[in-house]
Design a protein around this ligand. Structure first.
Ligand code: VGL
Ligand code: ZN
Length: 213
């Protein structure tokens, strides 16, 4: 049986979408989003490997309500045969909204994974698009580096964090979710709680950042 112990050598910190558009004042602001940046900054020195994701959309990304006639933000529709929520324009490549939050310690990030670049399909997870058609290569990259245990946190709990954690577990990684490092959109009341329960049921261990050594 594999060792249950994680050493700094076989673990990585995965920071999900800590971008201007997802924090206070942003186009798709997640309530309290800015608060998690301090958690990220406090955790990074505890990890040899830090990977950050960036939602990175072309201006005509088809998840944007603005790209469809008579569609409102929050509407549900079908995009390429998948259920899709219509979002406000957000995280457009090369814009301020897509940049990492200025207070995030960028110099501690080893690798950046950009996702959502294909306008025809949304991509919540750091590993695959929402149809699991295309891989970002991140799982193989972790395996190449000998990483077996991921600590995940970021925005938003009920979308990109959830999808990333579920994919990571399916890829065979041990996953610890840093709960106070996450905030959710909560389009429907209870979405965040349901997401946490779903991740836990799939095998994620939920912890608070103070307990991460
Ligand atoms: C996200 C909605 C659309 C996220 C990204 O980062 O959770 N949510 N694009
Ligand atoms: Zn997006």
């Amino acid at each position: 049986m594999k060792s249950e112990t994680s050493t700094t050598a076989n673990r990585a910190l995965l920071l999900i979408d800590l971008q201007n558009d997802f924090v206070d004042g942003g186009a798709l602001a997640v309530p309290g989003g800015l608060e998690v940046v301090d958690v990220a900054n406090a955790l990074m020195p505890k990890f040899d490997c830090v990977v950050a994701t960036q939602d990175w959309h072309p201006a005509d990304h088809q998840s944007f309500a603005s790209q469809h006639a008579a569609m409102a933000v929050g509407d549900c529709f079908q995009l390429g045969g998948l259920p899709q929520i219509a979002w406000p324009d957000h995280c457009i490549q090369q814009t301020h909204g897509a940049e990492f939050v200025a207070s995030l310690n960028r110099d501690q990030i080893d690798q950046v994974v950009r996702k959502g670049t294909n306008k025809q399909i949304d991509s919540y997870s750091a590993f695959y698009d929402n149809g699991h058609l295309q891989s970002t290569g991140l799982a193989d990259e972790f395996r190449r580096r000998g990483v077996e245990h991921l600590f995940a946190m970021g925005l938003a709990t009920d979308y990109c964090v959830r999808a990333t954690v579920l994919d990571a577990l399916a890829e065979g990684f041990r996953v610890t979710l840093v709960v106070d490092g996450c905030r959710g959109v909560e389009l429907e009341t209870g979405d965040v709680q349901r997401s946490l329960e779903e991740m836990q049921a799939a095998g994620a261990v939920l912890v608070y950042s103070d307990d991460v050594s």
